[in-house]
Ligand binder design. Structure first.
Ligand code: FES
Ligand code: FES
Length: 157
């Protein structure tokens, strides 16, 4: 089996993977980073979003081997080792932007990427358009949109 090596949440990691192993499988099964979820496996729900070299990607449609040498950040990496919550995590908590929480890690990783691309002042329309690739089965999105706007502002501080 080919070996793969990458940096995940600031740590160098490596492992033997099959060519078909998905990045999400590598993160969850090899590294036990189970905050990254699988909701569909067909690139629709966004529960699996992580950052690869600073850009949001769906780890269910990225091969582990494609992440060779990459810097990967998962939801666990936003507030490592008991550090305070990332401002976007805090905004989701404050704004009651989750119910079951299944979609939340992907929503937050996408939200942080939206801020990187669109800045800290986000209107509702932009947030709703940009969250097109993230599905929530519970909340009706209203509080998620509020949280993303608040988190974006907080990230400017
Ligand atoms: Fe990746 Fe749904 S599990 S988009
Ligand atoms: Fe349940 Fe979004 S909070 S799927």
């Amino acid at each position: 089996m080919p070996a793969v090596s990458m940096t995940v949440n600031g740590k160098t990691v490596s492992g033997d993977v099959e060519p078909r192993t998905l990045l999400v499988q590598f993160l969850r099964e090899n590294l036990r980073l189970t905050g990254t979820h699988v909701g569909c496996d067909t690139s629709q729900c966004g529960a699996c979003v992580v950052h690869m070299n600073g850009v949001a990607v769906k780890s269910c449609t990225t091969l582990a081997l494609q992440a060779e040498g990459a810097q990967v950040t998962t939801i666990e990496g936003l507030a490592p080792n008991g550090a305070p919550l990332h401002p976007m995590q805090e905004a989701f908590r404050e704004n009651h932007a989750l119910q079951c929480g299944y979609c939340t890690p992907g929503m937050i990783m996408t939200a942080v990427d939206i801020v990187r691309r669109k800045g800290n002042e986000l209107d509702d329309h932009t947030i709703r358009e940009e969250l097109d690739g993230n599905i929530c089965r519970c909340t009706g999105y209203h509080n998620i949109v509020k949280a993303v706007a608040a988190g974006a502002k907080a990230m400017a501080k």
